[in-house]
Design a protein around this ligand. Structure first.
Ligand SMILES: Cc1cc2nc3c(=O)[nH]c(=O)nc-3n(C[C@H](O)[C@H](O)[C@H](O)COP(=O)(O)OP(=O)(O)OC[C@H]3O[C@@H](n4cnc5c(N)ncnc54)[C@H](O)[C@@H]3O)c2cc1C
Length: 453
């Protein structure tokens, strides 16, 4: 008999929620985390669509886990010559580290065993299947066996990346499929902030999202609250597009001396490619950032991680009940996620890659002419495919006429995104050998390349 029913690698949102759900269903679960505590070194605010927690069947953040909300949010052109107010949306700003700690506590209370300062080194492969993991120990290295192993190690993919290519889960990431982000909350000197608010290009109680600061996929966000005495700043840039997120962050602060000491905040890389072609192999499930389940349009992955944990726990518990842990037994999670979310993530990946082919001037023109507006941003947050009624269509068409040169590319990308999404909706409902390869082979041309032209 194996040491554990399930070994979960990585105590982020995906790993903690999966461990809690499988342990409360009676599974013997070991949860391994490299840091000295869950959430440690990952204290950024994550904006999560309201309704996520209920939909994923996880405890909602408590008041202490939540950050302040701005009165209004604006999308701002790179040159700061236009601000578009976004629609009010039910987005909760959650302190990632505090919420992850709450989820880890839930896992432990549900019966999972949590071991911190445990670095997973790689999978234990027996034949064509994963039989557990190799991990760091005081004496060097040790092995833990499990019926099922979950890779929830985030962008590093400590398990999946060391599996054979034929399993279809070991894909790497190119620099264009990564965004580097840093988000910090800092104290401000209130009087100086009041005096310098205009030069600092900020607005009190409002969040300004300035796009295209360093290439089309880049952002500089600032929410200033003078009364409460803080500034919440987020920088996101692509690697290799210029200064990295830390350098841009430092430059942002240097231009605004009224922003002082850090209260909390951290940074890290986010995978922004379409989801992996499959999230399961014999004895293996892959979830969250490790499975590239992030919304490619803007890098939000918390809701996907929690939803994946819910779907995956159901499949894992069923597999354990039947004493099987092969691909076919775990396939329900695979297909369930593709239908519930993977298809729309793949849609947004095509849109993201098209945006990468544009220059910043095109992006600004789209914002200026209303082609990119509050409706599109709202849809991208949840995410859902933007739907236009007649009322929205007329001004949108007028805007499109003004960016006529960019239109063929936008139309092509929209059509390809739609076809790609349909292909994901047709994801094989059941596992049989060769069916996944056929599905990959039949993917619309351009859906897999790095550029859609
Ligand atoms: C600055 C920033 C801002 C963000 N803002 C948002 C936002 O507004 N909204 C949103 O939805 N998402 C946001 N994200 C993304 C979001 O944080 C991730 O999508 C989400 O945390 C993914 O959860 P996860 O459980 O898959 O992985 P992670 O949160 O990455 O957790 C992985 C865990 O595995 C551990 N680990 C890694 N390697 C090993 C190993 N070898 N052995 C053992 N343990 C290991 C890590 O220490 C970590 O605890 C942001 C990310 C960053 C960096």
């Amino acid at each position: 008999m194996r040491d554990w029913d399930l070994v979960v690698c990585g105590a982020g949102p995906a790993g903690c929620a999966l461990a809690a759900k499988v342990a409360s269903g009676g599974g013997r679960v070991l949860l391994l985390e490299r840091a000295s505590a869950p959430g440690q070194g990952r204290d950024w605010v994550v904006d999560v669509a309201g309704g996520t927690f209920e939909a994923a069947g996880v405890p909602a953040p408590e008041a202490a886990d939540l950050f302040e909300e701005p009165d209004a949010t604006y999308l701002v052109t790179t040159a700061r010559d236009l601000m578009v107010e976004l629609l009010p949306s039910p987005i909760l700003p959650v302190r990632n580290a505090l919420y992850v700690r709450r989820l880890a506590q839930w896992a432990v209370e549900s019966g999972a065993v949590l071991e911190t300062e445990r670095s997973v080194l790689g999978p234990l492969i027996e034949g064509d299947s994963i039989a557990g993991v190799r991990m760091s120990a005081l004496s060097g290295e040790m092995v833990v066996t499990a019926s099922i192993t979950a890779d929830c190690t985030g962008i590093g993919g400590a398990i999946r990346r060391q599996t054979p290519p034929g399993w279809r889960v070991c894909d790497g990431l190119t620099p264009s499929q990564i965004v580097l982000a840093r988000r910090e909350t800092r104290l401000i000197d209130r009087d100086s902030a009041r005096e310098n608010i205009r030069e600092g290009h900020m607005m009190d109680r409002a969040r300004l999202d300035r796009i295209g600061t360093q290439g089309p996929y880049s952002i500089e966000t600032c929410f200033l609250d003078i009364e409460r005495g803080f500034a919440d700043i987020l920088i996101g840039v692509k690697p290799g597009s210029g200064p990295d997120a830390e350098e841009r962050f430092a430059a942002f602060l240097a231009e605004r001396p009224f922003i002082g000491e850090k209260v909390f905040g951290d940074g890290g890389p986010i995978p922004i490619r379409r989801p992996l072609d499959t999230f399961v192999a014999d004895g293996l499930v892959v979830l969250g950032d490790s499975a590239c389940q992030v919304i490619p349009a803007h890098g939000s992955g918390t809701a996907s991680a929690l939803l994946a944990a819910d779907l995956c726990a159901e499949s894992v518990l069923r597999a354990l009940e039947t004493g099987r842990s092969d691909r076919a037994a775990l396939w329900g999670y695979n297909q369930g996620f593709m239908l519930a979310r993977g298809a729309v993530l793949a849609y947004y990946d095509v849109i993201r890659r098209h945006a990468d082919t544009q220059d910043v001037a095109d992006l600004n023109a789209m914002l200026r002419t209303g082609v990119l507006g509050p409706g599109e941003v709202f849809s991208g947050l949840f995410p859902e495919v933007p739907r236009l009624g007649f009322k929205q269509l007329v001004p949108k068409l007028r805007g499109m006429m003004k960016v006529i040169g960019a239109m063929p590319g936008i139309v092509r990308a929209g059509r390809l995104a739609g076809r790609t999404m349909d292909h994901y909706i047709d994801y094989p409902p059941l596992y049989r050998p060769g069916r996944l390869e056929e599905w990959i082979e039949a993917m619309p041309r351009g859906a897999r390349e790095d550029s859609v032209g």
